[in-house]
Design a protein around this ligand. Structure first.
Ligand code: SF4
Ligand code: SF4
Length: 97
């Protein structure tokens, strides 16, 4: 799919190789940028505030062991720690990768 998209863009915009292709954020896994890794702890209430602020849309609120909580997709989490800073319950801690 990524190759098809690149070919299509190159056809329409020759020499566009140096530019980011718009609308492909799901193809650009940002997890490798991370220095700090946010970890959701048991204090999480599943309120969803962190998910609203995450710039990578990497947090989903899911039911885990019968309790709603934030689940982070580490393929896309870039480690900015906005989630940790906005959590009113101090439920996210950081570790160094
Ligand atoms: S803001 Fe905090 S308590 Fe609310 S879902 Fe996120 S981690 Fe859990
Ligand atoms: S560290 Fe940043 S990118 Fe990762 S889940 Fe938190 S807000 Fe999203």
């Amino acid at each position: 799919m990524e190759d098809d998209l690149k070919k299509e863009v190159e056809k329409k915009v020759p020499n566009a190789g140096g530019f980011m292709i718009p609308g492909t954020s799901l193809l650009n896994k940002t997890g490798s940028w991370r220095t700090f890794k946010p970890i959701v702890t048991d204090k999480c209430t599943g309120c969803g505030i962190c998910a609203t602020y995450c710039p990578e849309n990497a947090i989903e609120i899911k039911e885990v062991d019968g309790k709603r909580r934030a689940v982070i997709d580490y393929d896309y989490c870039k480690g900015c720690l906005i989630c940790m800073n906005v959590c009113p319950f101090k439920a996210i801690k950081k570790v160094i990768e």
